[in-house]
Design a protein around this ligand. Sequence first.
Ligand code: SUG
Length: 446
Amino acid sequence: MKHFEVNFDGLVGPTHNYAGLSFGNVASLSNAQNASNPQQAAKQGLLKMKALHDLGLYQGVLAPQQRPDLNLLRRIGFTGNDSQLLQQSAAKAPDALLASYSASSMWTANAATVSPSADTGNGKVHFTPANLTNKLHRSIEPGVTGNILKAVFANPKYFEHHQHLPENDYYGDEGAANHTRLCSNYGKAGLELFVYGRSAANSQQVAPSKFPARQTLEASQAVARLHGLDNDTAMFIQQNPAVIDQGVFHNDVIAVGNQNVLFYHQQAFLNSQQEIQRIQHHFGEDKLHFIEVNDQEVSVSEAIKSYLFNTQIITTAPGEMAIIAPTNCQESDSVRRYLENLVTRNTPIKQVHYFDVKQSMSNGGGPACLRLRVALNDMELAAVNQHTLLNEQLFNTLNCWIDKHYRDSLRFDDLRDPQLITEVNTALDELTQILQLGSIYPFQQA
Ligand code: SUG
């Protein structure tokens, strides 16, 4: 049996905009109200997907969500037709209007936590959509995320879908952004690292004081339980609260792992040295490469600015890996120098590929935020909706689809325009046919 890691990237939706919605995410706040370019954003993401496909990896596409979410506006008391909902909310609750329009589902690292069949109790691939309770604009994602995942991973013989955790900060869950799986090979049972920001039950435990810890220990434990992981396959580690307070709102902004490599900043975890030993102990005999970056090499603030750790580490050949980095890493002297040196060292990482994903980066979403990793064996891969797997033809089709439907500029005032709703729904309806997803969107079910 063969085993693969498939990246399912979120296709950037037609309403991609900069709304400053994510307190604790430095880029989101500093780019608030800038004009966005949804067409360029979608194309930047698609080019990254195509490049990974060209490197020989399987690459999947996850559809964006329907935005604006008019149901959100109705639930908070606005009434009338689409145009009235937009006008009223723009005047009386602009933040809610912005939340309803956010294209944040593009960051599919936050779509769900996925455990491969080699790790789980019943030998199926398990999916739990993230509830994303900490941010209003993200808390409206999990229902449709679940629909999309079920439309892509439909066969119950191989795939098990769980409901997202209860919608309360006690169980705040941000999905795979705080989850890394180490393994000696994708098909073997691995060690799933769940990194949490605070414990909801234990107020004595240290926690960040300035910015929110979005992921709780209790949520991580619940997901591990749902997926049938045991003490050998799941480990819980606390993120360093000091780095959350500097703007590391998800662990994948400060650490990333692939197979037997863990690449992390020295300040990433609380009690880092002990935790690293605990990881090696849990992992067993096989050798792990711990690539620790210290403050002198790259400071935490430079790591946040460049997204050095929001890179994808991909396996290109047995024992050989490449880093998929944003061009922001190339533009930072210390980070570029670090990466140039890294590929000469005795680790599996031998190449760096840079991609311009600046439209997403300006909202705090790097290459790793844009993808959900799903390790699959060949039978499971054959059971995936094949229309969502990228090839030359789908790449061309999606490129034309973006050209046909996306605007090249979006600002707050554009969001009052009911014509935008018609444009988006037309685009999404066509997309569900391209990816053969069925009727996943509320407007298709009405
Ligand atoms: O949740 N930004 C996202 C970025 C998510 C990054 N994902 C990972 N690290 N895996 C967030 O903060 C900003 C939207 C705005 O302000 O318009 C936003 O939602």
